[in-house]
Design a protein around this ligand. Structure first.
Ligand code: NI
Length: 183
C-alpha cells in the first residue's frame, strides 16, 4: 500500500503531456497499485498517473459503487464519441474544493492496453464516459477547469486562482446556473 500525494493545479507537471507506456512490467503494476491506493484514500472515482507525478499514459477508474466498472487503462485513446452530449457536474482531486458543470459526449468507445499489453476496447456512457474523457485530458496536460464555458470560468476564476496558488477554497463560489436550478 502506497498512498502518494496528489498534485494540485499549482504544479506545472499537470500541464505536461504524458508519455506512452512501453514496458508492461512490475513497475507498471506497482504504479497502478499506488494509483488505486491514492485514489481510494481521497475517495476519488478516477485518477491519471500524472496526478501522482508520474508522466505515463495510465489511468484508473473506480465507478463500481455507481454501477459501472473498476479498472486500469494503459495508453488509452478515444476511438468514438457520440454526438449527443451530457450535462453534469465535474470535479477533480487536483482541483480540491471546486466542481462545475461541463458538457461531455454522452457515450465513448476507448481503445487501450491492459497491464499485460493486450489491446482491448471498452465502451462507457454517462458518468463512465465523463470519467474516461476527464482522465484522458490529464494525459494530454489538460485540466477540466480550463475547458469550462468562458462565462462560467470567469465566475469561478477567483477560486481557480486560489487553488493555483496552493490556497484552500473553504467556501467555493456558487455559479449562477446552480442558483437558477435551486430556485
Ligand atoms: Ni482530474
Amino acid at each position: 500500500m502506497a498512498v502518494k500525494r496528489i498534485l494540485t493545479i499549482q504544479d506545472e507537471r499537470l500541464y505536461q503531456v504524458s508519455e506512452a507506456v512501453q514496458k508492461f512490467d512490475s513497475n507498471l503494476r506497482n504504479l497502478v497499485r499506488d494509483m488505486f491506493d491514492s485514489m481510494a484514500a481521497e475517495k476519488g472515482v478516477g485518477l491519471a498517473a500524472v496526478q501522482i507525478g508520474v508522466l505515463k499514459r495510465v489511468l484508473v477508474i473506480d465507478l463500481i459503487e455507481k454501477g459501472f466498472i473498476k479498472g486500469a487503462f494503459v495508453n488509452p485513446r478515444l476511438l468514438e464519441a457520440s454526438e449527443e452530449m451530457q450535462d453534469g457536474e465535474e470535479g477533480c482531486l487536483s482541483v480540491p474544493g471546486l466542481s462545475a458543470e461541463l458538457k461531455r459526449p454522452r457515450w465513448v468507445k476507448i481503445g487501450y492496453q491492459d497491464l499485460s499489453g493486450n489491446e482491448k476496447t471498452v465502451e462507457g456512457e454517462m458518468l463512465l464516459a465523463r470519467a474516461f474523457l476527464h482522465e484522458m485530458d490529464h494525459l494530454d496536460g489538460k485540466v477540466f477547469v480550463d475547458k469550462l464555458e468562458p462565462k462560467l470560468h470567469k465566475e469561478l476564476s477567483g477560486d481557480i486562482e486560489r487553488i493555483k496558488r496552493g490556497l484552500r477554497v473553504e467556501h467555493p463560489v456558487e455559479p449562477k446556473y446552480r442558483k437558477k436550478k435551486a430556485s
